[in-house]
Design a binder for this molecule. Sequence first.
Ligand SMILES: Nc1ncnc2c1ncn2[C@@H]1O[C@H](COP(=O)(O)OP(=O)(O)OP(=O)(O)O)[C@@H](O)[C@H]1O
Length: 386
Amino acid sequence: MADTPSGAEIQLENVTKRYPGNAEAAVDDVTMTIPAGKIVILVGPSGCGKTTTMRMINRLIEPTSGRITIDGEDVLALNGDVLRRKIGYAIQQAGLFPHFTVAQNIGVVPGLLKWNRKRIDDRVDELMDLVGLDPAEFRGRYPRQLSGGQQQRVGVARALAADPPVLLMDEPFGAVDPITRGSLQDELLRLQEDLRKTIVFVTHDFDEAVKLGDKIAVLGEKSSIQQYDTPEAILANPANDMVAGFVGAGASLKQLTLLRVRDVTYSDSTLTVPVDTSPSDLRARMLDKRATYALTLDHRRRPLRWVHVRELSSAASLAAAGRAIGDSVSTQSTLQDALEAILAEGGNAVVTGSRGEYVGTIDITTVTDTIQQLRTEHVESESVES
Ligand SMILES: Nc1ncnc2c1ncn2[C@@H]1O[C@H](COP(=O)(O)OP(=O)(O)OP(=O)(O)O)[C@@H](O)[C@H]1O
């Protein structure tokens, strides 16, 4: 993992945008610093100016007044090629060109920057691997031949193509279902661990902000900054009623989105067996270990099915015995995701590592103990303050 961020610091100084014909400014006198290598989330009500603020950074919209710098350089002084190299841009519904293949879509910016064919091809393959799309299968497909989640992955790959230090993401996961959205969020965090870009991310969804943000800027009318702080600080101490309204009910439950499965102690004592084990061998082992349930794994140790010891005497093989795993979580997932998976599974949820391999299981007690601990800490910190 890289220790130094590859991202660049962004500064907005007294930035104002007035659209022609509008009496009111869309963005009024905003000053903020977005630290290098961090994810900063802009949240706020519809029409408060989030998109306008973001698009002024890559000059899709020109500020009426004020100054924006990236790594100390005034963006107004940068030409188109330099801006494309410095800033990647991903938007809702991916914004892919429908008549371009996946490879052509990802290669757009390198093409504009006049990289040679081989360099573009290699980069496209590298990025497809990075976002979890097999180049052999997906390179030649058109956007309409992809699912919503796959399109978003291509959108992210395209934004990263020229390895820009800054990534602007405007509700990039807004148009996909909640489960796909959760896994795209996990993947972004996984990518960011290595890439350490400066990411400015616009969303309506406060839970998404808490999960992804190193810092959150809660914006009011005309992008006025109501609070700009870490998710922990905003959840614990909303600065005013507007922020409190955004945080909403159940702040202690929301803190579950701040903790990841890897931060808590999950169990690895489940009996696991390769799926080609014979049912009678497994039954003998389970009786010996007094285990009620066992988990079958494929040849890459990826979890497949839960089997109850009672189901083994009648099973011809383990391939179809027991019940397929529905929802599972990775070590990167939040405890909120884990809670949802536990509820959906009606028991322990399986935890997988970065390649989808089995690493353990997490149970409801671990989650409820963590909620209790967070509450105690919260009460203690409030009594220290008063
Ligand atoms: N091209 C434009 N011309 C005139 N007014 C505009 C233009 N684009 C945006 N606005 C106005 O500027 C304000 C801010 O819009 P903006 O899209 O930045 O808000 P937003 O917070 O991103 O909204 P949403 O969350 O609904 O996408 C709104 O009042 C909008 O109507």
